[in-house]
Design a protein around this ligand. Structure first.
Ligand SMILES: Cc1cc2nc3c(=O)[nH]c(=O)nc-3n(C[C@H](O)[C@H](O)[C@H](O)COP(=O)(O)O)c2cc1C
Length: 192
């Protein structure tokens, strides 16, 4: 049946205002990997996860540190000084399904905690965006630069460093929320 002139004009007018492509919200696929010994980094990871709905991955060691913190401290120091990084459970991790990989861990001995170093060493970040977050007691020190040196081929978002005392006092919430909304929740353009 032939279209009426009015129908044709209406259709043409609609086509003129609707572009052939548009911006649409497409959820980012986010992996949130973290290691935590005393629970601080886990707490940040869970807060971030509540904001961005990422897939959580706890980095687990094949031979976990003892609960005696002095023994764990001695061992971790030896691992970092000698470069004999601890074996992990379930590696290598395939991150190719994710657009963005968040990696969290504690500052240990002024640098990246040994299990997180292991994770970075065994993961191929080629073509991926990485957002690092860490918790610390006194200063993040060389965490960021040492992390970047170990995570080959990644492009980095600005990082999130959380002081453990701010976390314990409930004063880190705004910084965590702000980081998540600025860097993790952006919509990406998608061709329709
Ligand atoms: C072995 C060890 C070494 C640490 N070294 C540092 C350090 O160099 N600088 C610092 O600010 N905090 C240091 N801390 C404190 C931790 O970074 C802090 O408590 C962090 O929030 C712990 O995170 P977690 O609870 O996720 O394990 C160290 C803690 C441990 C157990």
């Amino acid at each position: 049946m032939p279209l009426s002139r009015r129908t044709m004009l209406t259709s043409m007018a609609a086509m003129a205002v609707i572009p052939s492509w548009s911006f649409a919200a497409e959820p980012r696929r986010i992996l949130l990997a973290y290691y935590s010994y005393t629970g601080n980094t886990r707490s940040v990871a869970e807060k971030l996860q509540a904001h961005v709905g990422a897939q959580l991955l706890e980095i687990k060691m094949a031979d976990p540190y003892p609960s005696d913190i002095r023994k764990a401290t001695e061992r971790s120091r030896h691992e970092l000084e000698s470069g004999e990084l601890p074996a992990l459970l379930g590696y290598p991790y395939d991150v190719s399904d994710y657009d963005l990989i968040l990696v969290g861990g504690p500052v240990w001995w002024n640098t990246v905690a040994a299990p997180v170093m292991s994770f970075l060493e065994r993961t191929d970040f080629r073509g991926r965006s990485v957002g690092l977050f860490a918790t610390y007691a006194l200063t993040p020190s060389h965490y960021e630069s040492n992390f970047a040196a170990q995570a080959h081929n990644a492009s980095f978002l600005p990082d999130l460093m959380v002081n453990e005392f701010d976390l314990a006092n409930g004063q880190a919430g705004d910084a965590i929320t702000s980081w998540a909304s600025h860097y993790l929740l952006k919509d990406r353009p998608r061709a329709l």
